[in-house]
Design a protein around this ligand. Sequence first.
Ligand code: IPM
Ligand code: MG
Length: 370
Amino acid sequence: MKSNKKMLVLPGDGIGPEVMVQVRRVIDWFDRRRAVKFDIQEGLVGGASYDKYGSPLTDNTLADAMAADAVLFGAVGGPQYDTLPFDKRPEKAILGLRKELGLFANLRPALVFDALVDASSLKPDIVRGLDILILRELTGGIYFGEPRGIEKLPDGQRRGVNTQVYTTHEIQRIARVGFDLAKKRKNKVCSVEKANVMESGQLWREEVTAVHKAEYPKVELSHMYADNCAMQLVRNPKQFDVIVTDNLFGDILSDCAAMLTGSLGMLPSASLGAVDKQGRQHALYEPIHGSAPDIVGKNMANPIAQLLSFAMLLRYSFDLEDDAKLIESSVEKVLAGGMRTADIMQPGAARVSTVVMGDAILRELDKQAA
Ligand code: IPM
Ligand code: MG
């Protein structure tokens, strides 16, 4: 029996709409060929929403996101919006969705495809077979902490203030997600903070240790300072399995981990909320790459990260593991066949456009499902 899954698609700005078109083709393919059916609604977000409605995230869009089973998000931002006040900026849309939907757990896998080992800026031996997961806390810490602002001092200077805060509850729930994920992987968690200089980091370490001891003693747990972690990620990334860390360190370390794989254009992410009493869980899926204003409209962008975000959506929101794998293996096949968008171009490979990459993946899906 086919059940209808409600998806909200928010392409956003920059290359978001271009790569989403390719994903929509794949979603149509699933609608036709597989057991599951999707109810899809599309909306504006970020700069696109600001241009039309004067706000990067309207109440309507937020309500649609609340009502959806999952949100597939493109990217937001662009240089034309850089001078707007914070609350009008495109980035406010993604921050607002994270906060309002309670998406506290951000999964950022960094996986090196065999075909792309040479695309990494690190030596092939260091990254071959790399498969790590950065788990970033997404609704707390310095991104949302109060007090914040820019104030005028009596002596005429100005002072900028942001606050790093974490409560035991926030730390414990992200730690549990980390341990649960590790159990399905290589059973290793590395918790990252700056307990040597920050009280919030000290609390982080104590709480993660307590959750480990009480609930997950069989998972291997280590602790690392964030600066050392940045260093270890480029020195020997394969030492890690799951890295669990706060909002700001997670932002930084996940960009670093993403680059190990050779292309930001390849990496998806999932942001998950808590499961409520009815068993519902808010979730949003987005590529890591952002809006890439420099290549907008050139039919050059790599649609794979957006597509792999859809695969994550199938896996985590709809429990469709086989369908997620079907997408992932089709992507691998196409890469193994030598097709590359500009961002992952290698000598001897065939450079293709966004649309041709989409065509190739659809052909591969046809083949694999035949
Ligand atoms: C990310 C981005 C966002 C963040 C921006 C766009 C607000 O860098 O998702 O990593 O800082 O969280
Ligand atoms: Mg970031």
